[in-house]
Design a protein around this ligand. Structure first.
Ligand SMILES: Nc1ncnc2c1ncn2[C@@H]1O[C@H](COP(=O)(O)OP(=O)(O)OP(=O)(O)O)[C@@H](O)[C@H]1O
Ligand SMILES: [Mg+2]
Length: 369
């Protein structure tokens, strides 16, 4: 068998330019959507950078680009990651907002612990991490709920393959759906995929409030051990509403190793620190891309997550590589950590879950709160 040769860069750019960006009518390359192009023997990958609210619309473009690259001579695996530039919503954009420990914040009834998964930048993999971390915690025997609080672009229905209208209890509380052993509540169940783009400001905040207060997560006999909260990107009004209503026991920060993502993660960290919610650790996502020989290609830089964790004085909970099966499993609604718990990536999520678990479950070095 001969070693694969690196695919031709000009050919790759030509194929990508042949795909039209629906917004500008230009080819993907001249529209500036191709970021971080990395070419290695047998492999090619890049980020398709579009604003978070257009991510769903660009999924077919991502698929077309991936299929086109797959066709190029010398390409055995092509990976296109849909990602968003940083959102610029700030705490200071909302005149009513005053981050600080809130007296009224409480855990939802029958929930022992709330862990929020957050980042400053969009598209760094929060939802992927939240879903897989929730499955990993469930795999450790805990009762786990997942709240998809991203009212602008919910992902839990797609990533867990659940849909349908949740039922209401006699007390008019929402009964979450169930998937892969998790109780799941997403604003997407209430408004349907696509529709949430119109939720803005006060409406979004009121949806977040309903999500934090009116869901039956557990009972006296069967309380939830942990509720994992998938937050929207940024530091805007949804976060404030949730932080004012919901007692968050700890925050897991997700970042890519890239400097811009780290700057935004820092901003998010400082918002949470002001509210008194401790940062439990950092998960570095898209940490590298494994070449055919197993060599790590640091597409977004190297070691940024570890440095950030050190700077914040918190553990690096996991380094998750760019992995095609992780993306595909998210798109197929079958989380990798639930369906292939022995895979390398799933094991990384399980290790993070152990580090986040209270003493009896964690193997020595936990950061349980
Ligand atoms: N480690 C990874 N390897 C490959 N693809 C990944 C990885 N992490 C995330 N992705 C893919 O990148 C895209 C964005 O991920 P995801 O939706 O989890 O990000 P997000 O931070 O929740 O985005 P948003 O800010 O829009 O909520 C998805 O298509 C996802 O499948
Ligand atoms: Mg998300």
């Amino acid at each position: 068998m001969t070693a694969p040769t690196a695919p031709d860069r000009a050919e790759i750019l030509k194929r990508l330019e042949a795909i039209e960006d629906p917004a500008s009518g230009r080819g993907l390359v001249s529209a500036g959507l191709v970021q971080g192009l990395a070419i290695a023997p047998g492999r090619v990958s890049f980020m398709l950078e579009v604003s978070a609210d257009k991510a769903a619309a660009y999924a077919p473009i991502r698929d077309a680009a991936q299929a086109a690259l797959q066709d190029v001579a010398g390409v055995e695996a092509a990976q296109v990651v849909l990602t968003a530039p940083a959102k610029r919503a700030r705490v200071s954009d909302d005149p009513q907002a005053s981050p600080g420990p809130s007296a009224v914040a409480a855990r939802p009834p029958h929930v022992k612990r709330v862990i929020a998964v957050a980042s400053g930048k969009g598209g760094v993999g929060k939802s992927t991490v939240a879903v897989n971390l929730a499955c990993a915690l469930a795999g450790l025997g805990q009762r786990v709920g997942l709240m998809d609080a991203d009212v602008y672009g919910p992902s839990a229905p797609r990533m867990l393959g659940v849909s349908g209208q949740p039922q209401f209890s006699a007390e008019k509380k929402i009964i979450p759906l169930e998937a892969f052993g998790l109780k799941v509540m997403s604003i997407g169940f209430l408004v349907g995929e696509g529709a949430p783009m119109i939720w803005r400001g006060p409406m979004a905040s009121s949806a977040a409030r309903q999500m934090s207060q009116d869901v039956v997560w557990g009972s006296e006999a069967e309380p939830l051990d942990v509720l994992v909260l998938d937050l929207p990107p940024g530091t805007g009004d949804i976060h404030l509403t949730l932080l004012q209503r919901l007692k968050i026991d700890g925050v897991v920060l997700v970042s890519t190793p890239q400097e811009i993502a780290l700057i935004d993660a820092r901003r998010a960290a400082s918002m949470f620190q002001k509210t008194g919610a401790p940062i439990l650790g950092v998960i570095e996502n898209m940490a590298w891309f494994a070449g055919p020989d197993g060599a790590r290609i640091p597409i977004f830089g190297e070691g940024g997550g570890r440095r950030e964790a050190q700077a914040l004085g918190v553990p690096l909970l996991a380094e998750i590589p760019i992995d095609i099966s992780l993306r595909e499993s998210g798109d197929d609604g079958r989380p990798l950590t639930a369906v292939a718990p022995e895979s390398d990536v799933a094991r990384r999520f399980t290790e993070a879950a152990q580090r986040l678990s209270p003493s009896p479950l964690r193997g020595g070095v936990g950061v349980g709160v």
